[in-house]
Design a binder for this molecule. Structure first.
Ligand code: NDP
Length: 287
């Protein structure tokens, strides 16, 4: 049977439309959710992402505040801006676009963002809360993966999940989120012995490696769900994921395409995190 294609574009549009409704409700209470995006330098890909974030923010009726700084901005100047944004009541989420130029200490910058405005969920405080299963800002891409599984009605409880990749932005947090939903989780990485054998036992495979089609179709257990986070450029224009898509789709029960799968979810969940932060502000104000 052909696999269900999990349409990230459609799911992200649904998430955004839900957000727009909730933004309206908050505005009626006098709160406009606000996202600040900080870009240092002129990396073209980062500029495109930042532009998309701003456009969607405005489309959903949110307040957007953009800060484009030259590549030679000092650490002190950047920290000063973050302090200002931390104190700005119109801002509920702060995102510093990565990567930062080499002279900037990225960890220090991410830790300077108030944990209460950490829309990316990268602050160690929020990472710790995620690890101990407390409510927190959830990192956007893994959060998007969870929403996709919910949208197809997939219950992770008791399922065998294999995550390929252990980065702090995707692999580790997505594994923690699956664990919180009572899955049995295995995290693989570059030193894993016999990756194929581990993937073969998965009910759900989540690939976040960054190597074109390295997870082979015949590793997929018949009926498994395949979530491909990878985005790899092949040649001039073609994008492929970390999973050998056509062969995997013949065995999987559901699979995300690349492009059009997990990718569109990330910005939607950034806006969701900003909304949730503004809702918490509203709840505190009404206490
Ligand atoms: P990282 O490079 O930070 O991490 C890659 C992980 O893959 C590492 O843990 C590494 O292991 C592991 N790995 C590398 N080679 C192998 C191998 N041969 N076998 C098993 N594991 C291996 O990548 P990210 O997590 O940042 O990103 C992963 C992919 O997801 C990229 O393609 C990226 O573009 C994409 N991405 C997509 C997003 C979206 O919005 N859809 C958002 C974020 C990322 P080790 O730790 O041992 O080195």
């Amino acid at each position: 049977m052909a696999a269900q294609i999990i349409d990230g574009k459609a799911i992200a549009a649904k998430v955004r439309s839900r957000i727009a409704g909730q933004v309206e409700q908050l505005k009626a209470k006098g709160i406009t959710p606000g996202l600040a995006v900080v870009l240092v330098g002129d990396d073209p890909a980062s500029r495109v992402y930042v532009g998309m974030k701003k456009k969607m923010c405005l489309e959903l009726g949110m307040h957007s505040s953009d800060h484009e700084l030259p590549a030679d901005t000092s650490q002190a100047k950047l920290l000063e801006l973050i302090d200002q944004l931390n104190a700005d009541e119109r801002i509920h989420g702060i995102l510093v676009q990565l990567p930062l130029p080499a002279h900037i200490d990225t960890d220090q910058v991410l830790e300077a963002i108030s944990p209460m405005k950490d829309a990316d969920g990268f602050h160690p405080y929020n990472v710790g809360r995620l690890a101990i299963g407390k409510p927190t800002f959830q990192p956007c891409t893994p959060y998007g993966v969870m929403v996709m599984l919910e949208e197809i009605g997939y219950d992770l409880q008791g399922k065998e999940v294999v995550v390929v990749g252990r980065s702090n932005i995707v692999g580790k947090p997505v594994a923690l989120m699956c664990l919180a939903r009572h899955a049995t989780v295995t995290i693989c990485h570059s030193r894993t012995r016999d990756l194929a054998e581990v993937v073969r036992r998965a009910d759900v495979v989540i690939a976040a490696v960054g190597k074109a089609e390295m997870v082979k179709g015949d590793w997929i257990k018949p009926g498994a769900v395949v979530i491909d986070v990878g985005i790899n450029r092949v040649g001039e224009k073609k994008l492929v994921g970390d999973v050998e898509y056509a062969a995997a789709a013949e065995r999987a029960s559901a699979i995300t395409p690349v492009p059009g799968g997990v990718g569109p979810m990330t910005i939607a969940m950034l806006l969701q995190n900003t909304l949730e932060s503004a809702q918490r502000t509203g709840n505190e104000a009404s206490r």
